[in-house]
Design a protein around this ligand. Structure first.
Ligand SMILES: [Zn+2]
Length: 367
């Protein structure tokens, strides 16, 4: 469905509240009575009891399946076979890959999608697309859906208790919007929704610069504070509105293309999506040749929030071989990656040089 032009791809309802999962059944029950839930082990541990208690209280029928760890076409097909006849809603409970898997399933099954994010790590709860990987975790593409999220329930208490590393990853993934969307919009017609998408990206950026350090501190003590709420809403809702409004004019660009390239290095598979994007942002800034004063500001922000800015912080503790570098660059520059959204053409030599530049900044960054 890529290339479809939405005026607004958005959730039908987004509700944030500490403890909202205790009333999840009341909300979900207004949309359907029979629910197929896709979740992950840890996500389910964090909130499964609360959710099912509420569903049962409202007399809803549900079936729970655990996904196998990657949002792949194979996994979506496997889950499809398990959806009981008569299912009215497909619900994802978890982080970005769980939600993307459930969303892909909902769209292939032609049923509405309910998102219950347990982490504020990506905009997957809201974005009307899924990022697809091979079963080994290598990026493939992102199908765009005609159907947005029907209902998104955000329990701030659940997210406050999640490991803080995921929040950091979400901050980087959302920060990237204001780095990438203006690139993607370059040279395209700027209608009002596109301008709105760009402003959502800027709002995310400003909100994160202001509140992230505090939110990370609060989350590390599991406090559902106001700063944390700002960051959650930036990461989950407003980040999704960037492409929700701007569509193909506000897509990813260099930072996510570099993320895609990095997925070919097996060591990075334990590194979160947003953490690889954090590094990708720096590579994009190097490609753009941004002034040193801006780089210093960004690196200071990375350090305050605890985001990775060297290869060793994203799991790469060894020298990569020449063929490995070539593969990283090749995947980064594939047409299905998003480097083509940069405002200038990018060559493999430029990508390699940008990686070198980032490692050089990192080596001289204040500790
Ligand atoms: Zn992302």
């Amino acid at each position: 469905m890529n290339g479809v032009h939405f005026v607004l791809g958005s959730p039908n309802a987004y509700i944030h509240e500490p403890g909202i999962l205790n009333r999840a059944g009341e909300w979900i029950g207004q949309y359907g009575k029979s629910i197929f839930i896709v979740t992950g082990h840890k996500s389910w541990e964090s909130c499964g009891d609360r959710l099912t208690t509420s569903l049962e209280r409202e007399g809803l029928v549900y079936e729970v399946q655990t996904y196998k760890g990657e949002c792949s076409y194979e996994e979506v097909n496997r889950l499809r076979e398990l959806v009981p006849a008569g299912t009215e809603l497909i619900c994802g409970v978890g982080g970005g890959k769980v939600l993307d898997t459930a969303k892909a399933l909902a769209n292939s099954y032609n049923k509405p999608f309910v998102a219950i994010p347990t982490l504020a790590a990506t905009c997957a709860a809201i974005a009307n697309l899924s990022i697809m990987y091979t079963e080994d975790g290598v990026y493939i593409d992102f199908p765009v859906y005609i159907r947005g999220t029907l209902l998104c329930l955000v329990d701030t208490e659940v997210i406050a208790k999640a490991p803080v590393r995921y929040l950091g990853a979400g901050i980087a993934d959302t920060l990237a919007k204001w780095i990438e969307a203006p690139m993607s919009a370059t040279g395209k017609k700027r209608n009002l929704p596109t301008v709105g998408g760009l402003q959502a990206a800027k709002l995310c950026y400003d909100t994160l610069i202001e509140h992230s350090a505090q939110a990370m501190q609060d989350a590390s003590r599991s406090i559902p504070s106001e700063a944390l709420q700002y960051v959650i809403d930036a990461n989950l809702l407003f980040s999704g509105m960037v492409a929700g409004l701007g569509e193909d004019s506000c897509r990813s660009a260099g930072a996510h293309a570099i993320h895609n390239g990095l997925t070919v290095i097996p060591e990075t598979h334990l590194i979160l999506h947003g953490e690889k994007v954090a590094y990708g942002i720096l590579v994009q800034l190097a490609l753009e040749k941004r002034p040193q004063s801006y780089i210093d500001e960004i690196l200071a922000f990375y350090q305050a929030v605890g985001l990775p800015y060297r290869l060793e912080q994203i799991g790469i503790h060894r020298e990569l071989s020449q063929p490995e570098w070539e593969e990283v660059v090749r995947i980064s520059l594939l047409p299905s990656s998003t480097m083509g959204n940069m405002s200038f053409s990018v060559t493999s030599g430029m990508v390699l040089e940008a990686f070198r530049q980032v490692e050089q900044w990192s080596s001289t960054a204040k500790k």
